[in-house]
Write a protein that binds this ligand. Structure first.
Ligand SMILES: [Zn+2]
Length: 387
């Protein structure tokens, strides 16, 4: 769960001052000509994927992270885990046992380490023992920014000896309030010792994947499941990312690993024209091109792209045949919970990946794909024709 806080402010100055489209197309053509040159003479060079244009001040998108809320997702991050309950929801389980459950005995830390290719490590400190909030659970809520902020103000007051400013991520195990990530700029953030804390989370589930989902919000990712009242398909990213399905996904889509700056430049390719035969390797492989990105609109400053990658295997009983070529769109104009990512499945969302011999074409997509073969090393040979 995460609060909907969509502040659709009218077009920003930045948007109004954008280059005229013909000029940016000219620049792009020149870049592409030089790119052909580079491809011929220096095949390792690749054109970078541009930051997506959100076309306004949109809350929590697939574009670049809002640096007024979120810190870098590279390096060693310090987390502090707390335990709080209520007089009408008394927690009896030992907090060490609870910690092992919610962290999956280290699965949580391992997931971020592996998904980041070792670029991010999470150290989790604990303040053991349940501390009691002053009022019954029914008096608290995470439904609005205000009530959520007040909850954290009171929680921080329960720990006068801790300096919460020393931590990157604050995680509170707590019954009844659900699983909710807080993330706001300073004007709405949590006041603390004359400063502001921009991100924190509370968790009632005992699942390392739900904790990973909420923690990824603290790093800037939007929800990929569909909020109530939003028009269009429901949950169109299916089980393919922890932000759409903490129950089935084993990791984050390539786009999210790119957004977090975990996926190196030589692991991804940005193409906007021509026919290309490409070997794509699984994201979890140590090397090779693992993500192909194709712009839908302005190639120099796209707001929407299509992505081709090899799916990461689903967990549990759905894992069989879950690895293949996955195709999805990413739209940075759409806020969290409004379907910023849409998977284009072969059959249904559970059987989304394409396999050798399959073709993909769709009226929404700027390209067609032929899956030519699967290699013994689990990579795929594909042909991409960009319209
Ligand atoms: Zn969420």
């Amino acid at each position: 769960m995460i609060l909907i806080k969509n502040t659709f402010i009218p077009l920003s100055e930045k948007t109004l001052n954008r280059f005229p489209i013909f000029y940016s197309r000219l620049v792009f053509t020149l870049v592409m000509i030089s790119q052909v040159f580079i491809t011929i003479f220096c095949p390792v060079e690749a054109m970078q994927i541009p930051d997506l244009d959100t076309k306004g001040d949109v809350y929590k998108t697939e574009g670049a992270n809002d640096s007024l809320i979120y810190d870098s997702t590279i390096g060693n991050k310090k987390c502090i885990m707390l335990y709080a309950d209520f007089s009408d929801a008394v927690m009896k389980v030992d907090t060490k046992e609870r910690a092992n459950g919610v962290l999956g005995n280290g699965l949580f830390q391992k997931l971020f380490h592996e998904q980041s290719f070792g670029k991010m490590t999470l150290d989790v400190e604990h303040v053991h023992g349940w501390r009691r909030l002053s009022k019954p659970a029914s008096k608290y809520s995470s439904r609005t920014t205000e009530s959520h902020r007040e909850l954290f103000v009171e929680i921080f007051d329960l720990y006068p000896k801790i300096d919460f400013l020393a931590y990157d991520y604050i995680m509170v195990n707590m019954p009844r309030i659900g699983n909710t990530a807080f993330g706001e700029r300073d004007e709405l953030a949590i006041p603390y010792k004359g400063k502001k804390i921009n991100v924190a989370l509370n968790i009632s589930s005992v699942s390392p994947y739900v904790l990973a989902h909420e923690t990824a919000h603290l790093m800037g990712l939007p929800d990929l499941y569909t909020y109530g009242g939003v028009e269009g398909p429901k949950n169109p990213a299916g089980p393919w990312d922890i932000m759409s399905s903490a129950g089935k996904a084993s990791g984050f889509l390539g786009w999210h690993r790119h957004k977090f700056e975990w996926l190196d430049a030589n692991r991804k390719k940005y193409i906007s024209s021509g026919i290309h035969r490409l070997e794509i390797t699984p994201l979890n492989a140590p090397s090779g091109v693992s993500m192909i990105v194709i712009p839908v609109d302005d190639p120099v400053k796209p707001s929407k792209v299509f992505v081709i990658e090899i799916s990461q295997p689903l967990r549990g009983k759905d894992s069989q045949n879950s690895v293949g070529v996955l195709v999805y769109s990413v739209d940075a104009k759409l806020a969290t919970g409004r379907n910023p990512v849409v998977v284009y499945p072969k059959l249904d969302l559970l059987k989304a990946p394409f396999h050798a011999g399959d073709h993909f074409n769709h009226i929404d997509a700027p390209m067609g794909i032929k899956v030519l073969k699967k290699n013994e090393d689990e990579s795929f040979l594909i042909e991409v024709k960009v319209d």
